[in-house]
Design a protein around this ligand. Structure first.
Ligand SMILES: C[S@@+](CC[C@H](N)C(=O)[O-])C[C@H]1O[C@@H](n2cnc3c(N)ncnc32)[C@H](O)[C@@H]1O
Length: 239
């Protein structure tokens, strides 16, 4: 009986509320208030709630300290959090760079694992990373391993604001939402002989030359000259 009454009551109230342009939270509140008489009162213990709140805030602060510092100036739609590439992703990336030499930029170098792999393969590698803690960590790892800065450098810099025209190899393990914007930047800046490796998330509308691995571990290789001539053809066909 109680349930029926509460339901009817909530429905009537709900109709009034909708007409008054109230949101979902208001409707839920009304239902909860109406159920107040039939449901046992649950009052959280004030000390317990305060402790839980403080713990969650502390955990969030700790998480944000490692994952998102330095991001304040990056536009919201271009923010990419830290997620290290797996061993397979690193191996697949390096497979697609076989036979190549020269300078390599890793966009968002994290703890430096791709930069170290590339420098071991003979590339003069630079990691651009916005998170100062990760830059410090990668630099100390380079020091510890005795990797000279001529082979592996870590720069604390926003790669969106970095001119990449001096690099003939670029690696990017970022996020699907930023790949189209990154594609436009690379088209403007990279030389024709450059190769770009996208780890896990391909560039939309770019034809890849090669790929390695499957699923989450798949990496894609793009040669700038091929991408440019493909896009020119597509634009000519459309016009
Ligand atoms: C998915 S992680 C990849 C890390 C590393 N490349 C790897 O393979 O392990 C992306 C990295 O890009 C960094 N990042 C995101 N936006 C950036 C920006 N605008 N400039 C420099 N680094 C950025 C993040 O801090 C994060 O470390």
């Amino acid at each position: 009986m109680c349930w029926l009454q509460a339901g009817e009551c909530a429905a009537d109230e709900g109709a009034d509320r909708v007409s008054a342009n109230f949101g979902m939270e208001d409707s839920i509140e009304v239902v909860l208030q109406d159920c107040g008489g039939i449901l046992p009162p649950s009052r959280p213990h004030p000390i317990l709630s305060t402790c839980t709140c403080a713990l969650l805030t502390g955990l969030y602060r700790l998480w944000s300290l490692f994952v998102i510092p330095g991001f304040r100036k990056v536009p919201r739609n271009l923010k990419v959090p830290y997620l290290p590439s797996s061993k397979d992703q690193t191996l697949n990336t390096m497979k697609l760079l076989e036979g190549r030499t020269g300078r390599l930029a890793d966009l968002g170098s994290g703890d430096g694992r791709l930069v170290f792999a590339a420098s071991s393969a003979g590339f003069q590698s630079t990691g651009f990373e916005i998170n100062p803690i990760l830059v410090m960590y990668a630099r100390s790892k380079a020091c510890w391993r005795g990797v000279p800065s001529s082979q592996a450098t870590f720069v604390k810099k926003d790669f969106w604001k970095t001119d990449l025209s001096a690099y003939n190899n670029v690696t990017a393990f970022l996020a699907p939402g930023v790949m189209a914007v990154l594609g436009e930047k690379l088209l403007k800046e990279l030389p024709d002989n450059a190769r770009v490796i996208a780890c896990r998330f391909p560039f939309p509308n770019w034809p890849h030359q090669l790929s390695a691995g499957f699923g989450l571990y798949q990496t894609f290789a793009y040669d700038m000259s091929t991408v440019r001539s493909h896009l020119r053809n597509v634009r000519n066909t459309v016009v």
